[in-house]
Design a protein around this ligand. Structure first.
Ligand SMILES: [Zn+2]
Length: 397
């Protein structure tokens, strides 16, 4: 008996309460599906100071190339208010053709379908002409320090080499077949601090209000636009996410003001060129004393977030067309090739091999009553199976 039924696979995974950082039995359940299919399974625990230890899983079937990787995570976000769920979050109950449970779409569902797809393919056509591996982390929804980055490094140091990767995150906004992700925008955050001189609101000439400065700097970040988008990417966008002064008094000019921002950027920029552009804007705004007449140019500090995400675009035609054709054959719909949305672990995998992303419909991810239409599980399994077979056929040709 192999794991050819995606619904049963998903129910087994949802019934493991693997809220980050807990393994919750989910990797053990996955291992039990993979070993009868001939996979060699490694469980890899990663640790780092000040973060919880995380269990991960790497499994491979086949010895030779070409080598296809499927990547994903079995950890899930917390359930929120349990009483608000119409079905218990870890029971995997089905009602009216819909399967309920935390992780149903993000992304135990994707894993369940990929395993079923491969199991069917092996049953019908024998082992693929090459290797398939699963790289599954328990730390995607958490700090992501002890997950995909370390697991990739661990496997690469053992001599693993991959030709392509499919990430099974939910990528479809409304319907299965809407969207394949072929890249992601970068993400960069920073904190700006302006020091002022505290004083009486009625005697502003004796003080220097940092709020005047922080407003001018924030404005300079928001306008003009950084770019107008590219062929494959929407325009880069910066959001000032908070401005903090923390001043409880109305008659006191505060001593300090802080603003944080996050920018999602496209392939016009690298994290480095973008930082330089931002500094240039801030310096120009600091020298502009419109909001602070008869004052010295503003002094500000900026601290960048430690790990910016780099922008990437996958250009591997064989990989993209194998997946896109599979979606079209099974659903009759032509998927959009997109780079929208947030970051994912694909940003780490792209350093090792070309990577694309396709999974379930993402509408209920992270919500109360996370759920998946049972029929979608069958459809995604057929898409994955077609993709696997086409990718190996293309790689062979
Ligand atoms: Zn996810």
């Amino acid at each position: 008996m192999t794991a050819t039924n995606p619904v049963e696979n998903l129910q087994a995974l949802i019934r493991c309460p693997s809220v980050t950082p807990a393994e919750g039995g989910a990797l053990t359940a996955l291992q039990a599906m993979l070993e009868p299919m001939g996979f060699v399974v490694s469980r890899v625990t990663a640790s780092e100071e000040n973060t919880p230890d995380i269990e991960n899983l790497y499994a491979r079937v086949g010895m030779s190339g070409p080598h296809l990787m499927f990547a994903g995570h079995t950890d899930v976000v917390p359930i929120g208010d349990e009483a608000a769920w119409s079905h218990p979050p870890f029971a995997a109950e089905i009602a009216d053709g819909v399967l309920y449970g935390r992780g149903a779409v993000d992304m135990k569902g994707g894993i369940a379908c990929f395993v079923a797809a491969l199991a069917r393919s092996i049953e019908e056509k024998g082992a693929p002409n090459g290797s398939v591996s699963l790289l599954i982390t328990g730390d995607e929804e958490g700090p992501a320090i002890n997950g995909t980055i370390k697991l990739l490094k661990w496997a690469a140091e053992k001599g693993e080499h991959w030709d392509a990767c499919l990430v099974g995150e939910p990528t479809n906004p409304d319907q299965l077949g809407d969207m394949i992700k072929i890249g992601r925008r970068g993400s960069l955050s920073g904190t700006i601090t302006v020091q002022g001189v505290q004083g009486h609101a009625a005697y502003p000439h004796l003080a220097d209000n940092p709020v005047r400065g922080i407003i001018r700097l924030a404005e300079a970040l928001m306008n003009p636009p950084f770019d107008h988008g590219t062929d494959n990417f929407q325009p880069s966008n910066l959001e000032v996410t908070t401005i903090d002064v923390g001043n409880p008094a109305t008659n006191v000019i505060p001593a300090k003001a802080t603003a944080r921002f996050n920018i999602r950027f496209n392939d016009v920029w690298t994290a480095e060129t973008l930082q330089a552009e931002i500094i240039q804007r801030l310096d120009a705004a600091a020298a502009d004393t419109t909001l602070r007449p008869a004052r010295q140019p503003l002094k500000y500090d900026i601290v960048w977030s430690e790990r910016p995400s780099h922008v990437f675009l996958t250009r591997n035609e064989a990989l993209i067309s194998s997946l896109s054709d599979a979606v079209e054959q099974v659903t009759g719909r032509t998927p959009q090739l997109s780079t929208t949305g947030g970051t994912s672990d694909a940003r780490y995998i792209k350093d090792y091999c070309p990577v694309v992303e396709f999974g379930l419909v993402g509408q209920t991810m992270h919500m109360v009553d996370e759920r998946v239409v049972v029929e979608d599980l069958e459809t995604l399994t057929r898409i994955y199976q077609t993709f696997i077979e086409q990718w190996f056929a293309n790689a062979d040709a």
